[in-house]
Design a protein around this ligand. Structure first.
Ligand code: DQQ
Length: 546
């Protein structure tokens, strides 16, 4: 059915068919970027979990390779679950992953490349010592999974990994355990936990890595803690299916991680993304000296529809992650610059007025596969005078793009059709509080994204910091059925999985809108690139490996 065909994307990674979930073991090895992923070789639903595998020279174009690891031992009979790669100083690669055993106990297993000289890492050997870790006393057999990339602690001549779990006797606390090892075969559980947050439940896919507070390059996972370095802790919370992070300080000697802002502690504070985004994982790219984040974009249609269309899920465009030196309190995420190689002819506009209550079409032809950078300006005096009736604005509950306030919403309508019967709004909303301060909300409204039924449509978003003198800006990647937005250089990000039925191919349009009642907005600059399609296809014998 053609209605389902176009939901395939042009430059997002997805398998040829069937189910995909978490990104696994992303790494760079002998000239190739590797992406493994949770994969069901037999169906478009979760199950039979195996590691799918693909390689790329640039993080944009991908070759599918044969599956890397299948559930073929008692210790992973119920699935080769999520894991992470560690590159050792001598160049060897250690892969740790969770196996769900024949009895559904979660254990950690070690695998390594059968031929370390094969840059494609086609064949994997599972260690004779598996499982190398079983749930420790006090940890339930199904609450022990997803080992991180290891970091090296020179003073101990040893490596450490973190593993997510939960502690129900401690007010349903999510926790990250830390193990120390010198050979990846035997491990010592370190006392205490790396971190714990009451009420957050099982922490899946924990990630733990250093960021520089002074430079714009990424840091290797083993980079020493110290001045100019902070550590990010991320947990994917199984209870609410979102990825939370906090920035803090790590002391290797005591294995203690202390969040900078306890109120923004992992669990209540910051999210990588306010839309469909889960089970993410970073890796250090030594070629471009950057830390790269992958996230899983699940479906919001029904399982029945997924089975009919024969596939489910996408990965995000890989995002470079940096500490935000201007705010000092959040990360910045930005699509890897390699994706800009897909840009072709751009159309530019400047100073387009968007009066209160208007919708302005943009004459760009089709806009189903585009990269958009937009900057907005608002009349400052209007801001100063306005008192908004909306107290406690919240993207999800304040009426979305249709709810009119004095100072918002305004922004773009993407994947829209000519008569706006389909549209996804990407917008800002200012709120002026009684003390005169202005806060800025950034949201996606999916409520009119598709005329199809059987789809969960939501309004997503959060606050975005806008500092004095900064212009309001957003970058949006539109790819047929997925929209990834990055506000203020990537301080707040939102991913929407959408299912337009008429805003497809040549029918996909772009509009500006301003639904505020009390403020005129100007699109100060707009740049829209048509995007080429990435090749994402099986590796063939004709593809030479140089
Ligand atoms: N997905 C894997 C688990 C992980 C979960 C199983 C997160 O290892 O905890 O497919 O989506």
């Amino acid at each position: 059915n053609s209605m389902l065909l176009w939901q395939r994307t042009a430059f997002h990674f997805q398998p040829q068919k069937n189910w995909m979930n978490d990104p696994n073991g992303p790494t760079y090895y002998k000239g190739w970027y590797h992406l493994f992923y949770q994969y069901n070789p037999a169906s478009a639903m979760w199950g039979n979990i195996t590691w799918g595998h693909a390689v790329s020279l640039d993080l944009v174009h991908w070759f599918y390779l044969p599956v890397a690891m299948v559930p073929d031992h008692w210790y992973d009979a119920n699935g080769v679950w999520t894991g992470s790669a560690t590159i050792l100083p001598d160049g060897r690669l250690a892969m740790l992953y969770t196996g769900s055993t024949a009895e559904s106990v979660q254990v950690q297993n070690l695998a390594f490349p059968a031929d370390p000289d094969d840059p494609l890492l086609l064949k994997w050997v599972k260690s004779e010592s598996n499982p190398v870790l079983v749930p420790p006393p006090g940890i339930a057999p199904k609450d022990f999974r997803d080992p991180t990339t290891a970091w090296y602690v020179p003073s101990e001549s040893a490596w450490r990994i973190a593993i997510g779990s939960k502690n129900d006797s401690q007010r349903h606390a999510g926790i990250a355990l830390v193990y120390q090892t010198s050979d990846f075969l035997s491990y010592e559980l370190l006392p205490g936990v790396l971190h714990s947050v009451a009420g957050t439940g099982m922490w899946e896919c924990v990630d733990f890595y250093p960021v520089s507070t002074e430079s714009s390059t990424g840091l290797d996972t083993s980079a020493a803690a110290g001045p100019g370095v902070k550590h990010v802790l991320k947990a994917s919370m199984d209870d609410d299916r979102h990825d939370y992070y906090a920035i803090g300080t790590y002391e290797a000697a005591t294995n203690a991680w202390v969040p900078d802002h306890p109120e923004k502690d992992v669990g209540m504070g910051l999210r990588y993304d306010y839309g469909m985004f889960y089970a993410s994982k970073t890796f250090y790219d030594p070629v471009k000296q950057r830390r790269v984040l992958w996230g899983w974009i699940g479906e919001t249609d029904s399982e029945r529809t997924d089975l009919r269309k024969g596939w489910a899920s996408l990965q995000t465009i890989p995002r470079a992650v940096l500490f935000d030196q201007k705010t000092g309190s959040n990360l910045l995420q930005w699509p890897v610059d390699d994706v800009e190689r897909l840009r072709s002819g751009s159309q530019e506009f400047s100073n387009i007025s968007i009066p209160a209550g208007s919708v302005v079409p943009l004459d760009v032809g089709t806009a189903t596969q585009v990269d958009i950078v937009a900057e907005f300006g608002v009349n400052k005096s209007a801001l100063a005078g306005a008192v908004d009736a909306v107290a406690g604005y919240n993207c999800s509950t304040s009426g979305g793009a249709a709810g009119r306030g004095v100072l918002g919403p305004f922004g773009l309508l993407v994947l829209a059709d000519d008569d706006l019967s389909e549209q996804t709004a990407v917008y800002f909303y200012f709120v002026r509080s009684t003390d005169g301060s202005i806060s800025t909300h950034f949201c996606h409204d999916e409520l009119r994204s598709s005329q199809a039924t059987d789809i969960v449509k939501r309004v997503y978003g959060s606050l975005v910091p806008v500092l004095d003198g900064e212009t309001l800006s957003v970058r949006i990647l539109v790819d047929h059925s997925v929209i990834e937005s990055f506000a203020q250089g990537g301080r707040t990000c939102i991913t929407s999985r959408v299912y337009p039925t008429s805003a497809t191919y040549d029918g996909g349009r772009l509009f500006l809108f301003n639904n505020a009642t009390g403020v005129d907005v100007t699109a100060k600059s707009l740049k829209i690139w048509q995007m080429g399609s990435a090749f994402i296809r099986p590796f063939s014998e004709h593809d030479s490996v140089s």
